[in-house]
Design a protein. Structure first.
Length: 403
């Protein structure tokens, strides 16, 4: 049997990664795919890398070990999964770190999901039930109706374009805009006061709800299926159907019997979670204080450490380690060598000539085949994204002691 024709696999594939995996996924992984090609198989290269920033927890990093944050298993015990899907999609950290806060979570669920989406759907379908025996009325559309349809068409085009440009956050905004347009349309037409416009208003609003359900499906699938059930149309995602292929008008035909209404969203109160968070912060402070008291060193032990001002004489690449520099440091009586893991944070020219704090009497060791005789002291952030070398706030001489 002849070898199969070389066909690209996963061509056009997009991948979502965190920023600290960028080098591997944009350089190393594509190189591995290229090197793995043969006569029988050809791996397609990713065409787009969706690089995401960090989601922070109340101004700090999530940490399982420190029990900082809320995790999926407990999150869905508090609120429906769609609430979390919606909020995380809306605040997706694409170009900068995003901070989770309970107050913001409550605001987005109550003011946007419930008051904008839920209110529009409920108002429309309750009026259809009241005035038209729960059926979609026939309508003789006017210019104002067609203007609304054109507005929604534009939102649908922008929605599709946003997904094609790998901007799901923008796509969600365009979906929500359909609900805002519909809510505004109902308020402007006032069908409860204008009997002559009831058929047209409810007909258009039902069509908008159908598009709203479809466009929200990637973000809140369970709620979208609920809306589909209330429309009695469902959300059929089988066989790769194009759910946006139909025009705005006619997706739900006149005379179609609508389904039974149900509660779509409920407002939430996060005061208990906020109170719990404050308690956890206090407990964390107490725990850290206890840990500090446990891990004490005696004054004599501290006195044995030879901390002094040193000056970086030279910086070279470590021959056997990607993240290490081989650094020569003048500590006064001698020039010592250290292997410093600063490559991701400093360029060599930023280090050379700099005065820093050094532990000069560290027991010598070998790191990847290179001698390390001292230690340059640095501060590191909790998320390990920032490292800053320690120095003095006034000009000091090389070899001056730190006491």
């Amino acid at each position: 049997m002849p070898p199969a024709a070389a066909q690209p696999m996963r061509n056009g594939r997009s991948t979502g990664i965190l920023r600290d995996n960028t080098i591997f996924h944009t350089v190393i992984w594509p190189t591995m795919l290229l090197g793995s090609r043969n006569e029988e198989i050809e791996y397609g290269l990713p065409k787009y890398e969706f690089i995401q920033q960090y989601l922070m927890w109340e101004e700090g990093a999530f940490s399982k070990s420190r029990d900082r944050g809320i995790f999926i298993d407990e999150a869905v015990e508090h609120y429906p999964a769609d609430y979390w899907r919606f909020y995380l999609s809306k605040m997706l950290p694409t170009d900068h770190d995003t901070n989770f806060s309970w107050e913001d979570f409550e605001s987005e669920i109550n003011n946007v999901l419930n008051d904008t989406v839920g209110n529009f759907v409920n108002r429309t379908l309750s009026l259809a039930e009241k005035w038209f025996d729960n059926e979609v009325p026939k309508a003789d559309l006017e210019e104002s109706d067609r203007e609304v349809v054109e507005e929604v068409k534009k939102e649908l085009e922008d929605y599709i374009e946003a997904f094609e440009d790998h901007e799901p956050q923008e796509a969600l905004d365009h979906s929500l805009q359909i609900a805002r347009i519909g809510d505004r349309y109902l308020s402007e037409e006032e069908p409860w006061n204008n009997e002559d416009r009831r058929e047209e208003t409810i007909y258009i609003a039902v069509q908008l709800i159908q598009k709203l359900a479809v466009t929200l499906y990637p973000f809140i699938p369970e709620s979208s299926e609920k809306i589909g059930g209330m429309l009695n149309t469902g959300i059929d995602t089988s066989e790769n159907r194009d759910l946006l292929s139909k025009d705005v008008l006619g997706a739900v035909e006149a005379g179609h019997e609508l389904g039974e209404r149900e509660i779509l969203f409920e407002k939430i109160d996060v005061s208990d979670q906020v109170e719990k968070l404050e308690e956890e912060k206090e407990e964390e402070k107490d725990t850290m204080k206890e840990k500090l008291n446990e891990d004490t060193v005696s004054f004599d032990q501290f006195g044995e450490m030879d901390l002094r001002v040193g000056k970086v004489e030279s910086v070279e690449e470590h021959p056997n380690a990607d993240k290490l520099y081989r650094v020569k440091v003048d500590v006064g009586e001698a020039v010592l060598q250290t292997c410093a893991g600063l490559k991701n944070f400093y360029e060599p020219e930023e280090l050379e000539g700099r005065k820093i704090v050094v532990l000069a009497n560290l027991e010598p060791a070998e790191l990847r085949g290179e001698k390390s005789e001292c230690m340059m002291l640095a501060a590191e952030s909790d998320d390990e994204e920032t490292v800053s070398l320690l120095t003095t706030d006034q000009e000091m001489e090389i070899g001056d002691k730190i006491r």
